[in-house]
Write a protein that binds this ligand. Structure first.
Ligand SMILES: Cc1cc2nc3c(=O)[nH]c(=O)nc-3n(C[C@H](O)[C@H](O)[C@H](O)COP(=O)(O)OP(=O)(O)OC[C@H]3O[C@@H](n4cnc5c(N)ncnc54)[C@H](O)[C@@H]3O)c2cc1C
Ligand code: SF4
Length: 556
């Protein structure tokens, strides 16, 4: 039987792989989409189940949670066992310097349960080095990406308020979700301090759109949305890609490496069947990696050959370097006095809160640190009164206090920009393999002094905000997140014009191999402090348009 040679093979069905599949299939390219995990459909979702319907309230037995990780042990998600079990996906880090890696090995990847917060990067995020001398600029500007931000927002549906702020450029928004009481009060406090507070922009439908219904505020987004009201690959990009008739989807295919021909050109990928572990190969004229930052770079590092002894497309030696994950600073919670003892409403539904965009290093440089942070503001009565854990008590008086505080709770934390440094990098751990025998990663991560200065400033600002709002503070932590925890990994296959110092060019094409594209956040030269997925989707769309054009011209 003749071997099939696809136009393109894409690895990964998360945010970026799903977008690449839609764009390339719509351009008419015969596309094979490989996914390491199993298939899933919205019929499998448990969106409307309650914790009491499960043993251990759905959180999995403590022994299972210890063995495979808390998320993987959970029974309340349809992703049971695929929220990347630790024992199938081992990795290592230097002692005392941890990296927390959670990924979702399932059709749709992390889009099944992501937080949906969708903010654009600003012009100066792409030009950080020109402004403060740290790191490198991106090889394109905001105006190059702007048309793709527009297209992505219109296509996936992002609700938000128009603010006219340069640090979070406005976009093509759906009507915003209304503010809750606590947000009106926190907005007043933020204004007193000279800051803005806006509704968190989210990829969650405030009205019906392209056959998808509007959000009905059930508040169960963490368990996946069975009606497809928030953006996910399986609700949005995959159906459109399949509708073209140009896409073949193949799940349960764990990609090991990229195959290279005698001339050093990628010619397909080798993979293991997830269930039998059998090894197989598929062939394509172009290879697109979208397995998420760490996985795509791991595949490249594992793709060695005489032409690429240190990993595919690594003639610069920077493959694996400049890893970052956003900084999360602290957590302060308290009660707004005006709302204590008020009526308890069901306020779970909006499932996201408000945002105070970065206000540092905008008009003038801060004397202590470069870049900056934004503050997340969340609150309202949720189904579980988390505040009960913040104070001691017993019996009826304790219960009365919990109820009185329930409608008044506010919680703030900051998300900051880490500086990418050469010394934060991943490499293959020669002594560790995963469930399929594929060499795993050793992850080195370095916090910088700048991170520490951002932590201090952000914590003090949040305390000031809480005092201005006259909140009774119930708990306050000023810690920095363990790297990796925020799930915003970026860098390791940096893009830039110079092949000597970058892995990819400005269109996500490998400098060393024209028919290799890497479209996830491994290409990011710096990270901004805004949630990254909207930008990742815009970049994946732009790169895929470029790929299709090059393919049509016979350049690939
Ligand atoms: C709880 C949570 C909340 C989040 N909230 C937000 C938010 O509010 N805003 C935001 O911007 N971002 C958020 N994120 C981050 C967001 O989910 C990611 O940025 C985004 O999903 C990354 O897309 P991706 O395509 O790179 O990878 P993923 O979505 O992780 O998908 C990667 C896919 O590739 C597959 N894969 C990996 N390795 C292989 C292999 N070897 N062979 C075949 N397939 C492979 C995986 O199985 C997976 O399906 C959140 C993440 C989590 C976990
Ligand atoms: S709150 Fe809205 S987006 Fe979230 S699961 Fe419910 S319907 Fe879906």
């Amino acid at each position: 039987m003749a071997t099939t040679i696809y136009d393109v093979v894409i690895v990964g069905t998360g945010a970026t792989g799903g977008m690449a599949a839609k764009v390339l299939a719509e351009h008419g390219l015969q596309t094979l989409l490989l996914e390491s995990g199993p298939s899933i459909s919205s019929a499998d979702f448990l969106t409307h189940s309650m914790p009491y319907e499960f043993p251990f309230r759905g959180s999995g037995s403590p022994s299972k949670a210890r063995r495979v990780g808390r998320a993987a042990a959970s029974e309340r998600t349809p992703f049971v066992g695929y929220h990347a079990e630790n024992d199938q996906h081992p990795y290592s880090f230097p002692e005392g310097n941890p990296w927390a890696w959670s990924h979702s090995r399932i059709l749709g990847g992390r889009t099944l349960h992501w937080g949906r917060q969708s903010l654009r990067l600003a012009e100066y995020d792409f030009k950080g080095a020109s402004i403060d001398g740290q790191g490198v600029d991106w090889p394109f500007t905001y105006s190059d990406l702007e048309p793709y931000y527009d297209k992505v927002e219109e296509y996936i549906g992002v609700q938000g308020m128009y603010e006219g702020l340069p640090q979070i450029p406005d976009g093509k928004f759906f009507p915003p979700f209304a503010f809750n009481c606590y947000e009106h009060l926190m907005k007043k406090a933020a204004h007193k301090m000279g800051w803005h507070l806006t509704a968190l922009r989210t990829a969650q439908l405030s009205r019906a759109h392209r056959g998808r219904p509007a959000c009905h505020y059930c508040g169960s987004c963490g368990s996946g949305c069975d009606i497809g009201a928030f953006f996910s690959t399986i609700a949005v990009t995959l159906p459109d890609a399949l509708a073209t008739g140009n896409l073949k989807l193949q799940t349960d295919s764990v990609v090991r490496h990229v195959l290279i021909d005698k001339e050093g050109r990628p010619k397909g990928v080798g993979y293991h069947d997830r269930l039998t572990k059998n090894y197989r190969e598929v062939f394509a004229k172009v290879v697109v990696l979208a397995g998420s930052t760490l996985e795509s770079t791991r595949i490249m590092l594992n793709s060695t050959s005489p032409r690429y002894p240190n990993g595919l497309a690594n003639s610069s030696g920077v493959l694996g370097h400049y890893l970052t994950d956003h900084i999360s600073v602290g957590n302060i919670s308290g009660a707004l006095p005006d709302l204590v003892g008020g009526t308890i409403l069901n306020e779970d539904g909006k499932s996201n809160g408000s945002y105070i965009p970065r206000f540092q290093n905008i008009d003038k440089p801060h004397p202590d640190f470069v870049r900056g942070y934004g503050i997340m503001v969340k609150g309202g009565a949720s189904s579980f009164p988390g505040q009960a854990m913040s104070f001691d008590g017993f019996g009826a008086a304790y219960k009365r206090k919990i109820k009185a505080l329930h409608p008044a709770m506010v919680n703030v934390y900051a998300r900051g920009e880490p500086l990418p440094v050469y010394g934060s990098y991943i490499e293959i751990d020669r002594n560790l393999v995963d469930h399929w025998g594929i060499p795993s990663l050793h992850i080195h991560y370095k916090r910088t002094d700048n991170d520490e200065k951002i932590r201090k400033h952000a914590y003090e600002s949040m305390l000031e905000l809480m005092h201005t709002a006259k909140l009774e503070i119930l708990s306050a932590r000023d810690t920095l997140s363990t790297p990796g925890t925020i799930n915003h990994e970026m860098g390791t296959a940096r893009m830039g014009h110079d092949p000597k110092t970058n892995v990819l060019d400005a269109y996500n094409q490998a400098h060393d191999a024209k028919n290799l594209f890497v479209v996830d956040a491994s290409c990011w030269p710096s990270s901004g402090c805004q949630n990254p997925t909207l930008t990742m989707l815009a970049i994946a769309w732009r790169a895929s348009d470029y790929l299709a054009e090059q393919y049509r011209k016979g350049e690939l």
